[in-house]
Design a protein around this ligand. Structure first.
Ligand code: GLY
Ligand code: MN
Ligand code: MN
Length: 447
């Protein structure tokens, strides 16, 4: 998979080009403790290297320069005893299938030598200070050597748009990883639905989600983004991650959570009643969002412009807001003025892949791009009624509902990767009524 990704990038290079990429480094969290290591997504896409401090050089038709060279940390028994195993150059060639791999302290010399011969250099400036400095200093040094017969590279090109466009179209191998992330995440949501009871804390639901992610081998902390577990009116805070309140009888819980499997994300939102049964007001709001979501998912078809998904979801939500008595004008007027957006707030979709908000252009020359097979996007309309919004019927205040699935654009019917997560009201209530295993308590765990 990674080799074919490199080949696809090489196909965009011209004879005489080299391309330089730098991986992620460790980041300090607090004294002597690093954040869990997460490879930079573009670098992972090209290399599959699970280690820090890596670099990659690709070259096309540059005499004496290998087509691909991976630079990795050297083997070091003492450091590996403390911090973990390293592939080393031999391991990188053997396990990752690189034709050429070297220790990373060779990068400056090897890359400078290649730049001296290259016509153009692909390098994303402005993201990694170390790489920026290397490229700029190398260009400056080469320009000073023109009397020795060196011709400096005539252009520095940004690999970002090419790489982003490649990543936007998922191969079958990538889709299988996303299907796995989606299946694990569906199970996590169902476990939370089954376990929740009045008095259960949001962080206890979060723990069940993260248990499921890790239990099925999702990487690092397990999640693709910090989980949102928002009971009651907390659901009206879009990126609520405090997750420290008790779930109250009669409230809904909104969970926006997805695992990350071999670096590929799932992104699922579901809402369910703490006591297992939707109240009439909750049911009415939920059904509006559900109808909008189902209509929008069905529109995820090749040829439809990306923004049509949002426009359709917005129309359905607006119609629902009129029927709920929230919007007091006609649908046409509310659509015209945008007055209904106070309760819908956010957009409906984003690309998803190695990043939960994945790369890839949404418009070309200001025009929404048409969907194409191989793209994957979320569909996630929502309605949010603040508890202190006295312009709306009182029974709606404090209700927040979002429903989110991950949809693969095919040549025909859209493939819902997250379809296993209950969504219809009856299915959600059934999942809430599933057998509840007694969660371990501090007392029963003997602490
Ligand atoms: N979980 C972030 C989002 O839904 O976009
Ligand atoms: Mn999302
Ligand atoms: Mn989400």
């Amino acid at each position: 998979m990674f080799r074919s990704h490199r080949q696809a990038f090489l196909d965009h290079m011209e004879d005489g080009d080299i391309a330089l990429f730098q991986g992620a480094n460790h980041m300090v969290r607090n004294h002597d403790v690093d954040f869990p290591f997460r490879q930079q997504s573009g670098f992972w896409y090209l290399t599959g290297l699970p280690e820090a401090d890596g670099a990659l050089m690709l070259a096309k038709g540059v005499e004496g320069v290998a087509e691909e060279t991976l630079f990795v940390l050297p083997r070091d028994p003492a450091k590996e005893t403390w911090h973990g195993r390293r592939l080393g150059p031999e391991g990188a060639m053997e396990k990752l299938g690189f034709a050429d791999a070297r220790e990373n302290d060779e990068f400056p010399e090897v890359a400078l030598s290649a730049m001296q011969k290259a016509k153009r250099v692909w390098c994303r400036l402005g993201e990694q200070a170390e790489l920026d400095a290397f490229v700029l200093e190398s260009l400056s040094a080469i320009r000073k050597q023109t009397r020795l017969g060196l011709t400096p590279p005539s252009a520095v090109l940004d690999p970002g748009p090419v790489l982003d466009e490649l990543r936007l179209f998922k191969s079958e191998g990538e889709l299988n990883l996303m299907r796995r992330a989606a299946a694990v995440s569906a199970e996590a949501h169902m476990l939370a639905m089954a376990q929740c009871n009045p008095g259960f804390y949001e962080h206890q639901l979060e723990a069940l989600l993260h248990f499921t992610f890790r239990n099925h081998g999702c990487n690092d902390a397990g999640w693709a983004y910090p989980s949102i577990v928002a009971s009651g009116a907390n659901a009206c805070i879009l990126h609520y991650t405090d997750n420290n309140q008790a779930c109250a009888d009669g409230d809904l819980v909104l969970i926006d959570a997805g695992g990350e499997f071999q670096h590929y994300a799932a992104d699922i939102t579901r809402c369910f009643p703490v006591n297992g049964t939707f109240s009439p007001a909750q049911r009415a709001v939920y059904q509006v969002v559900l109808d909008a979501q189902i209509a929008a998912v069905d529109a995820v078809r090749a040829g439809n412009p990306f923004h049509d998904i949002h426009d359709l979801a917005s129309l359905k939500l607006c119609e629902g807001l009129v029927s709920l008595g929230v919007v007091k004008t006609s649908v046409e007027e509310a659509m015209e003025t945008g007055s209904f957006r106070k309760w819908t707030i956010h957009n409906t979709s984003h690309w998803i892949g190695l990043d939960v908000h994945d790369c890839g252009a949404y418009r070309f020359d200001g025009v929404s791009r048409p969907l194409e097979p191989g793209m994957v996007l979320t569909v996630e309309p929502g309605l949010y009624f603040s508890p202190d919004d006295d312009s709306i019927p009182s029974e709606l205040r404090g209700i927040g509902v979002r429903i989110e699935d991950d949809i693969h654009v095919t040549g025909g019917t859209p493939e819902n990767l997250t379809v296993a997560t209950p969504k219809a009201i009856a299915d959600v209530e059934q999942a809430c009524a599933a057998e509840r295993l007694a969660p371990p308590t501090l007392e029963s765990a003997g602490i």
